[in-house]
Structures are given as C-alpha cells and as structure tokens.
Write a new protein. Structure first.
Length: 464
C-alpha cells in the first residue's frame, strides 16, 4: 500500500470544514450535530480497500463505501473507460427512440448475467430511482390488463428501499416515514424476518412460517385482487444485515404465485456478487419477476442503477402498455453504462463472485466466530461478504443496553472508526460489507478491531 500523499494542507482542512458547515448539507445527517462537530469527516483519497481522510488518517473500508465499491478503489481502467467515453460521446439520452452503444451493451450483459426470464433492463441513476421505476411499472402492468385496483405493495417493516417518496414509503423505517409524512397510500408493511429480534429463541422453521403467514394473512385481508407486488431485500442491508431464516424466500415465492402477485427482489446491495452468487435471489433459490440493482453495478465509480424485468412483464407492456411515460435525463448515461460494463468485466475476470462464495465469505464467517463468546456479543451472522455482530447487555439474551433498542451500535462504531476501521452501527449491531477484493489479513484486522473496540466501549455501554 502506497503511503498517503497529503494533497491538502491542514489549513485547507480547517477551511473545508468551515465551508461544509456554511454551505453543504450532507446526506442522512443531523445538521445541528454537523455544525456542533465543526463539519464532516472529509475523505480525500483511497486505494484498494483503504481510504484516507484529510488529516492523513488511514481507514480500512469495512463498508465498501456505502455497500458499493465491490472491486475496490483505484481502478485505473475504470477511470480510463470513463475518460474515453466522455471524449467520444459524453451524453446522449434514451428518450424518444434513441439509445447509445454502451447502454445497449450493458443491458445485454446484465441480461446474460441475470439469466432466465430476467431479460430486460431499464436504467436509472440511483437505487431509489430503480425502485420508483419498478413501482410505476408494476402498477402500470396491472392497470393495462384491466386491473387498476391491483396496486397495493406489500413490504417489510425495517426494510430499506431508498430515500425518494416511493422508496422511503416502501421502506419500513419509522424515522424515515416521519420526514415528509410518509408512507404514501397503497403500501402495507409486514413483519421483517429478523430472527434475533422478532423471532428470538424461536425455531428457525417455525419463525419462517410465521413470517410467511403474516404476508399471506395481509394479502387476504387487503384482497388478493388489490395486491400488485411483494417487495423485499433478499438480505436487509441498511436494516442491519438481516439474513432471513431458512425457507423464508421459498415460502414468500409460493404465496406470490398462489395469489398472482409479482415478486420484486430489491438487490441494490445483494446484486453482483455480494452474497457469493451473482444475486441474492440465487443464494436463496427463488425467482423474482423484477429485480432492482444499483450500488455494486458500477462499484460506486459512476451513479447508475438498473431495474431488471422479466420477459412476461415486458410482453404485456409491448402488447398493451402504450407509451411508458417514465424516464430520467440520465437513464442509460453513456459514461455510467460504460463504467458499469467494465466493472462487471472486472468482477468476472477476477472471479470475485466465486471468491466471495468459496474463499472470503467462509473466511469472514469463521473470523466472526471468534467474537461469538465475547461477553457483549449476542450473535454473529454473515452471508458472503455481509456480516453483523449483535451487541447485548447480557450474554445469551437479546437484552439491550439501556433497556431498549438502539444505542449500542453507534458507540462501538465510533470506537472502530477511531481504531481505523469503517463499519456501521445500526441500532444495537455492527454491520460490515467490505469490498469483494478484501484479503484474509484485512478480514482479520476487521475482526480484531471490532473485538478491541467492544472492549474499549464496555464502560460507555454500561453507562447508557
Ligand atoms: C441503498 C439502497 C437503495 C437506495 O439506493 P440509492 O442509490 O441510495 O438511491 C435501495 N434499496 C436498497 C436495498 C439499498 O440498499
């Protein structure tokens, strides 16, 4: 690893933080807190699985940026592809019967990877937009078949589907609903398949059945003729790396079939190798009608997302849909699609999906086991390169510090960051999602740092 060159002097750091407070509104932040802290942590450069802040401090990136930088930082070929495409054709749109070569090529590549019936791709710039596209397309699909009332979506509490009005509404996070008076009508939230909370101590199969039953009950209650689709993340990411109990997805799939409801997998995090297969639905063995993807599609090098749709849906749209009056200025953006195509080539060339399934994923699972007997740890879990550690106040229970859910994760996360590891603290868990190129040594560093940070946080946790 090359040592960081401090591109910016300390004076610039002070000035940038001042300007951050004065003018910049960062995402998902408490603006009063950012002001009181004197500005955000400013990140200046990155390489491989590591990044550096403006003060020259190095971090191992245990979160792949924001669940996206699969191929790691510093890939010159991705920069070269972007540069060449911008010189040749920096922009053209895909409205009104036009397309560009990189967009068409990427659609074909994604269809080849997705396989089966998932053969059609609509491009957007973000995961949230991929969800919005799905949302409108699903309702349109039923409407043009004479079923305009078949428009209700079923999603899960504590699911995450982005920050737009449709995305935040489909998501099941009450803090997000509270901002902007959401959810919008037509969305029903059901139990999340979170064994450590909702199903603590319950037999795995029994819990899977109970979760599935709640979905079926809700469908019956709303009326199957009113339900358009079920939407869920194969593994909930932002909700806390929640891995459903065995059998859950097959039961959900069967229920959707039984009631003629579309099944949508939000693969924005799970897509393109994260779980050790190309998609999360491959890992769990079910077949969705639509999948939404983003993040690892370009490894974060360019903003792009893809809504991937089955042949059967597109057949209906072709026969009866008329104009699909929906699209974004940057749908199929040439630079973004060119970068994404090369990113997928890198994932294939370096065999990162198989490596995640057979090498690094199992290694992470084994390394996490070292934390299992730590007095502050209630559970460790992982699938591929997604992992979580549950922090509890009493071993063997799911009791939380302070007597209620929510405070422990951020405390231990802050200690990890102090110790040079970027992970996330979600309520009472620590979650991780390292780049797919992560090494054994880096996984060991992650687990050792989490252990050290748990130890250092004990007093602060007991004081909650
Ligand atoms: C991140 C995420 C989104 C939203 O993606 P953005 O690019 O932030 O709009 C949607 N769904 C899931 C599952 C995500 O993890």
């Amino acid at each position: 690893m090359t040592p960081p060159t401090l591109a910016l002097r300390n004076h610039d750091a002070v000035e940038l933080r001042r300007l951050d407070v004065a003018h910049h509104l960062p995402a998902q932040a408490d603006y009063g807190e950012i002001r009181d802290l004197g500005g955000s942590r400013i990140i200046t450069r990155a390489d491989g699985c590591q990044f550096w802040d403006i003060d020259g401090k190095a971090y191992l990136d245990g979160m792949a940026g924001l669940w996206c930088v699969g191929v790691g930082y510093g890939r010159k070929e991705l920069a070269d592809v972007a540069y060449e495409q911008m010189l040749e054709l920096p922009y053209y749109n895909s409205f009104f019967k036009t397309a560009t070569a990189p967009a068409v090529r990427l659609a074909a590549k994604i269809a080849a990877i997705a396989g089966g019936e998932l053969q059609h791709v609509f491009f957007n710039s973000s995961g949230s937009e991929a969800i919005d596209t799905m949302f409108r397309m699903v309702r349109h699909y039923w409407s043009v078949q004479g079923q305009p009332y078949k428009n209700v979506f079923i999603a899960r509490r504590n699911g995450y589907h982005g920050s737009t009005v449709a995305g935040a509404s489909l998501g099941g996070m009450s803090a997000m609903h509270a901002i902007g008076s959401l959810p919008i009508p037509g969305i029903e939230h059901v139990i999340q398949p979170y064994s450590f909370n909702e199903g603590f101590g319950e037999d795995e199969e029994a819990f899977a059945c109970r979760c599935a039953q709640e979905i079926e009950d809700r469908i019956v209650q709303v009326g199957p003729h009113n339900v358009a689709a079920f939407v869920g993340e194969p593994i909930q990411g932002a909700g806390g790396v929640i891995i459903p109990p065995k059998g859950y997805w097959l039961k959900v799939e069967a229920i959707c079939k039984k009631y003629n409801i579309l099944l949508v997998a939000d693969e924005v995090i799970c897509g393109f190798g994260r779980t050790g297969q190309w998609f999360g639905h491959n890992t769990f063995g079910f077949t969705p009608d639509i999948i939404t993807t983003a993040k690892q599609l370009s490894s974060g090098y360019a903003p792009i997302s893809a809504t991937i749709v089955s042949r059967a849906i597109v057949e209906v749209l072709r026969e009866k849909g008329g104009d699909f009056v929906h699209g974004f200025t940057y749908s199929g953006h040439p630079m973004c699609t060119a970068v994404a195509e090369r990113n997928l080539e890198i994932i294939e060339r370096e065999d990162l999906v198989t490596r995640t399934r057979d090498v690094t994923g199992p290694y992470l699972a084994k390394a996490l086991e070292r934390l299992k007997d730590h007095p502050l740890v209630g559970e460790v879990r992982s699938k591929g390169l997604l992992g979580a550690v549950e922090i509890v106040s009493e071993p063997g229970t799911n009791h939380r510090f302070g007597g209620k859910e929510g405070k422990a994760g951020p405390i231990v996360r802050d200690a990890c960051i102090q110790n040079g590891l970027m992970v996330r603290g979600i309520r009472d868990s620590l979650v991780m999602c390292p780049p797919l190129i992560v090494s054994y040594d880096q996984i060991d560093f992650m687990i050792d740092t989490i252990e050290k940070s748990l130890d250092q946080s004990t007093a602060a946790l007991r004081a909650i």
